[in-house]
Design a protein around this ligand. Structure first.
Ligand SMILES: *[C@@H]1O[C@H](CO)[C@@H](O)[C@H](O)[C@H]1NC(C)=O
Ligand SMILES: *[C@@H]1O[C@H](CO)[C@@H](O)[C@H](O)[C@H]1NC(C)=O
Ligand SMILES: *[C@@H]1O[C@H](CO)[C@@H](O)[C@H](O)[C@H]1NC(C)=O
Ligand SMILES: *[C@@H]1O[C@H](CO)[C@@H](O)[C@H](O)[C@H]1NC(C)=O
Ligand SMILES: *[C@@H]1O[C@H](CO)[C@@H](O)[C@H](O)[C@H]1NC(C)=O
Ligand SMILES: *[C@@H]1O[C@H](CO)[C@@H](O)[C@H](O)[C@H]1NC(C)=O
Length: 446
């Protein structure tokens, strides 16, 4: 159990490490960091921001924790940390902030961190002790200065023993999360962003759970998610259920993207009707109670049997971008292939056992940043690189080799793009019981 508890803290540390040095000069709603899995562009940007006084010199920040565990719980890694840190775009620690402790209890789970348009940060943290538990919703103001101010309210109803997703509903100033219902699953919970009070929960429906995510429609204020049981749910802001139905999704299906202008989702999944399972990407109209399949896209045979595919990123035109090694591809809003691009040679695929973890998108420059990394395999050589690809043509602009000289397992996070200038990339290395430092790199965008 101890390992399980420690698993979660890294997420907070990781996410907060990625808080950036920012000014608010960008009105793009997609720029707001909406969930732990990132926004629709998968950039994980915490605020609409530009790098300030960015030196363009690449840097790496390293945090060596005292004891860390790699567990079988997905991609989580344990860390005995109890603080958050904010790095500037030049890699300088702007601040560190301790979690508010709870006497005789230990942290049990944390959410991702979100930022609103005013740069206020929010996260939830759960605590457990001997047959006791509680939780807090915390707000951090002045995060852009060297003197952040943290204010937490305690509410045991927010307890979640695992990673909780936290999303922002801008239209109604709501915070959307998942809280524990019983030992097996979670249910949705919605809070008032201004008063930090719990507004509603709904025990009839499962929440997004540990790996899930919420998507909020910026024009209607409706809230979507696909739960662990692969059912797509839609609620209005007051908690009224608008959709409750299965999609074809299976297993990997919880990673979906919402086209916020058109009430359409795009979702990769695996078709289990044939062996081996086949990758499929489908698009659904989710404007009405009956979910309508718009199209299904079958990938080229070279990746059809792959297990892994990144979450989609979607642009203003509704074109979705994904990668499943060795390919990256763009699918237009009608389900037609715009381009496919090869990111690695077949000999690299063999030697390094590569898979893609994330597609981050700079929609202004029309550039994708795709993270590819070696699978953890004893004895296999490891490689980690980010490929910058033109969104219009699929042409590879540059392969940024990250030179992570390690043959240990790498657990990468999604890059955070800051304005058009730089990006943050963070990762963990190593395996239990060795030290597995958390590292963050700052590099210039192409
Ligand atoms: C952002 O929106 C505000 C008000 O909606 C407007 O005053 C401001 O000029 C906009 N900024 C940019 C960079 O578009
Ligand atoms: C910008 O960075 C340089 C060197 O990195 C530093 O000397 C200077 O004071 C910084 N300016 C501001 C406004 O922070
Ligand atoms: C972290 O540990 C590694 C390996 O022991 C060491 O090389 C590195 O300098 C340490 N970094 C910091 C910031 O202490
Ligand atoms: C779920 O979708 C199916 C197929 O579109 C439909 O027949 C069924 O009525 C839907 N169920 C609900 C509860 O909307
Ligand atoms: C799923 O696989 C079955 C069996 O091969 C096939 O008949 C069906 O068309 C597939 N569905 C999609 C959406 O590709
Ligand atoms: C990796 O090494 C190459 C060759 O030394 C260098 O050109 C490149 O900038 C390095 N990448 C990073 C991210 O530092």
């Amino acid at each position: 159990m101890r390992y399980y508890l420690t698993t979660l803290l890294i997420c907070t540390v990781t996410h907060l490490l990625t808080s950036s040095d920012a000014i608010f000069n960008n009105n793009d709603s997609e720029s707001i960091w909406s969930t732990g899995k990132g926004n629709a562009q998968n950039t994980y940007r915490i605020v609409p921001s530009m790098a300030t006084n960015y030196s363009k010199i690449p840097w790496t920040y390293e945090y060596n924790a005292t004891s860390q565990d790699l567990t079988q719980f997905g991609r989580g890694v344990g860390i005995n940390a109890n603080f958050m840190v904010c790095l500037t775009s030049n890699g300088i620690v702007r601040w560190t902030l301790s979690f508010e402790p709870v006497e005789t209890m230990e942290p049990a789970g944390v959410s991702n961190i979100i930022s609103d348009r005013q740069g206020v940060l929010f996260y939830t943290i759960s605590w457990a002790g001997d047959r006791k538990f509680t939780a807090k919703l915390c707000q951090i103001t002045n995060a852009q200065t060297s003197q952040p101010v943290q204010q937490c309210i305690e509410n045991y109803q927010l307890f979640m023993s695992t990673n909780a997703p936290l999303a922002l509903n801008e239209k109604y100033d709501l915070l959307v999360t998942a809280v524990e219902d019983n030992k097996i699953d979670s249910i949705p919970a919605v809070l008032d962003k201004k008063t930090l009070k719990l507004l509603w929960t709904n025990r009839r429906f499962f929440g997004a759970g540990r790996n899930g995510q919420y998507r909020c429609d910026t024009s209607t204020g409706d809230i979507f998610w696909i739960g662990g049981d692969t059912r797509l749910l839609k609620f209005d802001h007051s908690g009224k259920n608008l959709i409750n139905n299965y999609t074809d999704a299976y297993l990997s299906g919880i990673d979906f993207v919402l086209d916020k202008q058109r009430q359409i989702i795009v979702q990769p999944w695996q078709n289990a009707s044939s062996l081996p399972w086949k990758l499929v990407v489908s698009s659904y109209d989710v404007s009405a109670q009956q979910i309508k399949l718009r199209w299904s896209w079958c990938p080229p045979s070279s990746i059809g049997n792959n297990d892994g595919i990144t979450s989609p990123a979607i642009d203003e035109q509704g074109t979705a971008y994904m990668s499943s090694m060795p390919l990256a591809f763009a699918i237009d809003s009608q389900g037609k292939t715009v381009w496919t691009t090869q990111l690695a040679t077949s000999s690299e695929m063999k030697t390094f056992e590569l898979y893609s973890t994330c597609v981050a998108m700079n929609s202004k420059r029309r550039v994708l940043y795709i993270v590819s990394v070696s699978q953890s395999r004893q004895g296999s050589k490891s490689l980690c690189f980010i490929t910058a690809v033109s969104m219009d043509t699929g042409k590879v602009i540059e392969r940024i080799n990250l030179n992570l000289t390690t043959n240990e397992q790498i657990i990468p996070q999604c890059p955070i793009l800051v304005g058009d200038e730089m990006l943050y990339f963070s990762w963990l290395t190593g395996e239990y019981p060795e030290l597995v430092p958390l590292k963050v790199m700052g590099i210039q965008q192409v």
